[in-house]
Ligand binder design. Structure first.
Ligand SMILES: [Zn+2]
Length: 221
């Protein structure tokens, strides 16, 4: 899953406990790690054009980042690090952040073909929605836009920029989803992994601009 991961992130941010940019980093935390571990040769993936309709990646070994057990570990460790760095947001923020990190595995479960394990060496799971390009595309864009609308309803714009930055963020992300699902397959894993790091970071920076341009409605800080 790609921009659909940011639906739980937007819901998490709309609680007012974590910032949108923090939620964006959390939603892709395991994929940041995944790209690094694939480059290090510890997790394995290969480009197989037509592997599914929506995605050309055969993700045949990724127990450190995409097993349910390790997703829980990432969520707990992520929450602890969050609490240590962002002390003011403390407990509630760390819990929301951890839940957003954990959401990654369950969102992937919907679209991946069976490549997600429960733990190292267990059977693999995945409902395979990537086999239907238009359906998986609609689902990702649909839940992302709905969740962002919910986030926008929970916040108010600080002037004009508070309306423009969300539009830039949402428009840019949908554009990349179109490219990911309907564009050419990636040329090489290295290029794919580096661009994943880059794109996730650009999304988080744009989310930071949204944070700066909006304020929460009902939540005391
Ligand atoms: Zn993933």
């Amino acid at each position: 899953m790609f921009i659909g991961h940011y639906a739980p992130a937007a819901i998490g941010a709309s609680t007012g406990r974590i910032k949108l940019w923090q939620a964006f980093v959390g939603a892709q935390l395991v994929d940041y790690a995944w790209a690094g571990l694939v480059m290090a040769g510890i997790e394995k993936a290969r480009i197989t054009p037509g592997f599914t309709q929506a995605n050309a990646l055969d993700l045949y070994h990724m127990p450190y980042t995409h097993s349910l057990g390790m997703a829980i570990v990432w969520a707990v460790v992520g929450a602890l690090i969050f609490a240590a760095i962002f002390r003011k947001q403390a407990k509630a923020g760390a819990i929301v952040f951890g839940l957003v990190v954990l959401s990654h595995w369950f969102m992937d479960l919907i679209v991946h073909v069976p490549d997600l394990t429960l733990w190292f060496g267990t059977d693999k799971y995945g409902f395979g929605l990537w086999n239907n390009r238009s359906l998986s595309f609609s689902l990702e864009v649909g839940i992302f836009v709905l969740a962002m609308m919910y986030y926008l309803k929970s916040t108010v714009a600080n002037g004009k920029s508070g309306r423009i930055w969300p539009l830039i963020l949402i428009g840019f992300m949908i554009l990349l989803q179109v490219f990911g699902n309907y564009g050419p397959p990636p040329k090489a894993m290295l290029e794919f992994n580096l661009s994943a790091w880059f794109i996730y970071t650009v999304f988080a920076v744009l989310a930071f601009m949204v944070d700066k341009s909006r304020a929460y409605k009902n939540i005391a800080k």
